[in-house]
Design a protein around this ligand. Structure first.
Ligand code: AMP
Length: 280
C-alpha cells in the first residue's frame, strides 16, 4: 500500500495504474475508519484493480459551531485497517495541500432544489463544502468509479447530480448502510457517545425500522409514517432534527408512500448529531 501526501504523488500513482491497464476506484473518507468505510473498499475492489482511499477532514464542510476541531483522527490505525483490507493507495493530504490558494473556499454549488432539504436545512453550506472537496478529489484521482455510502444519502444524491450535470467521466456507486449488531448505523461520530447516549441513539434505527414495518404491513400514508418515526424518536435526551418520508429523486416530502420512498431521520443525542435512513 502506497501512502502519499501530495496531489502530484496521487497523479503519478494513478497514471502508473492506468498505464498498466488498471481501472481506478476512489473511496473518499474523513478517516477514523470503521466497517462502513471498509465495506466501500470491498465494493471498490470489485470494480477496479487499483483501489484508492482518501482521508481528509474537510474544513469546508463544517459549520462554525460544528465539530471540526474535535473530529476523531487516528491516521496510524486507519492505515493499518486500509492495508489489511487491500487498499492500494492512500491519500492523506494536509489542508494546505488540498486548498493551496490560502483559505479553503467553495468552488462548486449544490443543486439548490436538493441542498436545503433534510441535513442541508440544519447545516447551511455543508453540501457545497462536500461537493467542492469531492470535485477536487475527482480532479486529482480522475477515478473510473467512486464509492459512497447510503448512510449519507443526500450527499450521495448530490454527488450523483454533480457528476451528471457537469459531465464528469466517472461512475458513482452507492453502498448499503453497515450497522452495529444492535442496529446503530456505524459512524466515526459514534465514539462521542457516552454509554447512556449510545443506548438512546438506538431510537434512530428503531424509528427507521418502525416506518419500514408499517410500510411492509400496507401503510402508505406519509403522515402516518412520519408520525410513527417521530413517536419512536420521542426518547428523553434525543432531540429530533427531522424525521421524514421523502421522494428519493427530489427529497421532497411525500404524502403517498411508494416502494423506493426514503425514510430519513436526524437527531442530536447529547451534543452528537446522528443520521439514519432506509429505502422503503
Ligand atoms: P465519512 O468518513 O463519514 O465522510 O464517510 C465516508 C464515506 O463512508 C461516505 O460515503 C459515507 O456515506 C460512508 N459511510 C459512512 N458510514 C457508513 C456506514 N455505516 N455504512 C456504509 N457507508 C458508510
Amino acid at each position: 500500500m502506497k501512502v502519499v501526501r501530495t496531489r502530484a504523488e496521487v497523479r503519478a500513482a494513478t497514471a502508473a495504474a492506468r498505464e498498466a491497464g488498471h481501472r481506478v476506484a476512489l473511496v473518499p473518507t474523513m478517516g477514523y475508519l470503521h466497517e462502513g468505510h471498509l465495506s466501500l473498499v470491498d465494493r471498490a475492489r470489485a470494480r477496479a484493480r487499483c483501489v484508492a482511499l482518501s482521508i481528509f477532514v474537510n474544513p469546508l464542510q463544517f459549520g462554525p459551531a460544528e465539530d471540526l476541531d474535535r473530529y476523531p483522527r487516528d491516521l496510524e490505525r486507519d492505515l493499518a485497517l486500509a492495508e489489511a483490507r487491500g487498499v492500494d493507495l492512500v491519500f492523506a493530504p494536509s489542508v494546505a495541500e488540498m486548498y493551496p490558494g490560502g483559505e479553503p473556499r467553495i468552488s462548486v454549488v449544490a443543486d439548490p432544489s436538493l441542498e436545503d432539504r433534510l441535513c442541508g436545512a440544519a447545516r447551511p453550506g455543508h453540501f457545497r463544502g462536500v461537493l467542492t472537496v469531492v470535485a477536487k478529489l475527482f480532479g486529482v484521482f480522475t477515478p473510473d468509479v467512486a464509492v459512497f455510502g447510503q448512510k449519507d444519502l443526500q450527499q450521495a444524491l448530490l454527488v450523483r447530480r454533480m457528476v451528471a450535470d457537469l459531465d464528469m467521466p466517472l461512475e458513482v456507486d452507492v453502498a448499503p448502510i453497515v450497522r452495529e449488531p444492535d442496529g446503530l448505523a456505524m459512524s466515526s461520530r459514534n465514539v462521542y457517545l457516552s454509554p447512556e447516549e449510545r443506548a438512546r441513539a438506538l431510537a434512530l434505527p428503531r424509528a427507521v425500522e418502525a416506518v419500514r414495518s408499517l410500510f411492509a404491513s400496507g401503510e402508505t400514508d406519509g403522515g402516518v409514517l412520519r408520525d410513527a418515526a417521530w413517536s419512536t424518536l420521542a426518547v428523553p435526551g434525543v432531540r429530533v432534527e427531522y424525521a421524514e418520508v421523502v421522494d428519493p429523486a427530489t427529497l421532497a416530502s411525500v404524502e403517498h408512500v411508494f416502494p423506493g420512498t426514503v425514510c430519513a431521520v436526524a437527531a442530536r443525542v447529547g451534543s452528537t448529531r446522528l443520521i439514519d435512513n432506509s429505502i422503503l
